[in-house]
Design a protein around this ligand. Structure first.
Ligand code: DGL
Length: 269
């Protein structure tokens, strides 16, 4: 591995772009290779086995592109496939997930006695957040809710409008959330509806998402291993999808400007 290699990031779709955007802000010299597995979206209702096999195939693709890091910018794939990918990739690249940095942050925040978690069905059913949070802070109360519609709703372009606010309000009125001091957005699609979530809670509680927290962790890991790129890459970021969706293109352009060239790559063909 060397500092001039790109950073690989993947998600089922546009969610990981929220993390990728924070990474480019904090690490503007790095080149990103992004893969959105839109052909298999949503991951949130798939089995662990299915998500593991998609993740391994995507890791192969990113390793072929010579990535020094494979950042799983998806909570569902982080819950299902982080351990297996770490083993599979070995010392060819650094594998990172989006769950550990958030757990660290929330467990260390002593103003939170009870935290809510919203995520996909698969992430919530895995219990991974509760387990990791309790390992770090046994006294922390946790209330989790699978918000199955949200990722697909966002992927279809429904955010910051009356439809999305109605769906969000209905989920967040979950009785067990009424006495929380913080909420974890355990899906990388949800930063796109962060304002609507804050609006629901009248900004009374802390909202934690993976964007800047994960970007900072990535910086720290690369810094420690002397793998931060010293000079700006003159290579543009690359964006790949396994199936073309207009919302992916739209969101990628919204985040990274009109110069985004979208490549359609069916790595399963
Ligand atoms: N963005 C993903 C996550 O963080 C998954 C959404 C989905 O495909 O269901 O879990």
């Amino acid at each position: 591995m060397n500092a001039s290699q790109p950073i690989g990031i993947f998600d089922s779709g546009i969610g990981g772009l929220t993390v990728a955007q924070s990474v480019t802000r904090l690490l503007p010299k790095e080149q990103l290779i992004y893969f959105g597995d839109t052909a298999h979206l949503p991951y949130g209702d798939k089995s662990f086995d299915a998500i593991r096999s998609y993740s391994i195939r995507i890791a192969d693709f990113l390793l072929d592109k010579k990535c020094k890091v494979i950042l799983i910018a998806c909570n569902t794939a982080s819950a299902a496939a982080y351990d297996i990918l770490t083993e599979y990739v070995g010392d060819k690249a650094i594998v990172m997930n989006v769950i550990d940095p958030l757990v660290e942050k929330v467990a260390g925040d002593k103003s939170i006695q009870k935290v809510g978690i919203i995520g996909t069905k698969t992430t919530v059913a895995s219990g991974v957040y509760e387990k990791k949070l309790k390992d770090k802070r046994a006294d922390l109360e946790v209330a989790s809710l699978a918000t199955a519609l949200l990722a697909s709703m966002i992927e279809a372009g429904f955010y910051n409008n009356s439809v999305s606010q109605a769906v969000i309000n209905s989920y967040l009125s979950y009785p067990d959330f009424q006495d929380i001091q913080g909420i974890i957005l355990a899906c990388t699609h949800y930063p796109l509806i962060r304002k609507e979530i804050e609006f629901y809670f009248h900004s009374r509680i802390k909202v934690f998402d993976s964007t800047d927290i994960v970007a900072q962790q990535l910086h720290d890991v690369l810094f420690k291993q002397n793998l931060l790129r010293p000079e700006s890459s003159n290579m543009p970021h690359e964006f790949y999808v396994s199936d073309y969706t207009p919302s992916f293109e739209q969101t990628a352009r919204l985040f990274f400007g009109n110069a985004v060239a979208l490549n359609h790559s069916n790595i399963w063909a």
